[in-house]
Design a protein around this ligand. Structure first.
Ligand code: AP5
Length: 215
């Protein structure tokens, strides 16, 4: 089953994608993670996108479509989770064409609805383990032992994203409402859209997603 997790910055897409990977064996394709990895490894493309990402603007369609195209031959018998992709109508059309060319289909688009004030709180409190990528939050998801990752046990590796500040977040929200929110109507018209309330606790949101996907 191939699905898209659609929602504004901080909606919980990454959190729920990690869970679906662990519970269902699905493969997460996060364009944000791929772009951050390109930056860390210092590739030409990584250098090219760094300032754009830090400002909270969208990277070009060409770059992100290329990143996804490279991954679609990966072994994913339980399906792909597209996390943070597509973000524009051009990307959505490209994904449809890519899946079709591989003889694959898109089963569902889960729209995670969260109000803007909660997004600011979630983003400004977020940090992740630099070793394994597990996500945490200052209030909503603290590690069991301060400074130590619950998942991989690494110590002193927690880090915060450079675009998790108020200015960049404002730009990211603007990009979401201007360029990404039209995808809600696009997928509704294709009868793929499942709307869930992303404001509840992480486990409640997980339950709603499972129900929406018949898991
Ligand atoms: P990307 O990495 O995709 O960032 P984003 O969409 O802004 O989403 P986030 O990762 O910030 O949020 P999330 O929804 O995953 O929330 P999370 O689960 O972490 O993109 C970054 C940048 O890359 C873009 O700005 C752009 O420049 C570029 N880019 C990426 N893809 C692109 C594309 N396709 N086209 C063009 N450019 C692209 O949760 C947030 C926090 O809240 C965490 O701390 C978590 O613990 C907590 N939390 C989660 N769920 C709950 C809950 N239910 N209750 C309480 N707390 C919760």
């Amino acid at each position: 089953m191939n699905i898209i997790l659609l929602g504004p910055p901080g909606a919980g897409k990454g959190t729920q994608a990690h869970r679906l990977v662990a519970e269902q064996g699905m493969v997460q394709l996060s364009t944000g993670d791929m772009l951050r990895a390109a930056r860390t490894s210092g590739t030409e493309m990584g250098k090219q996108v760094a300032a754009v990402m830090d400002r909270g603007e969208l990277v070009t369609d060409e770059i992100v479509i290329g990143l996804i195209a490279e991954q679609l031959d990966s072994d994913a018998s339980s399906g792909f989770i597209f996390d943070g992709f597509p973000r524009t109508l051009t990307q959505a059309d490209a994904l449809g064409a890519l899946l079709e060319s591989k003889g694959q289909t898109l089963e569902a688009v889960v729209e995670m609805q969260v109000d803007d004030e909660a997004l600011v709180e979630r983003i400004t409190g977020r940090f992740t383990c630099g070793a394994c990528g597990t996500g945490y939050h200052d209030s909503f998801k603290k590690p069991d032992v301060e400074g130590k990752c619950d998942n991989c046990g690494a110590e002193g590796t927690f880090k915060r994203r450079p675009d998790d500040n108020e200015d960049a977040l404002r730009t990211r929200l603007f990009a979401y409402y201007k360029d990404t929110s039209p995808l809600i109507g696009y997928y509704y018209a294709k009868d793929k859209l499942k709307r869930i309330d992303g404001l509840g606790e992480i486990e409640e949101v997980a339950g709603q997603i499972n129900t929406a996907l018949d898991l």
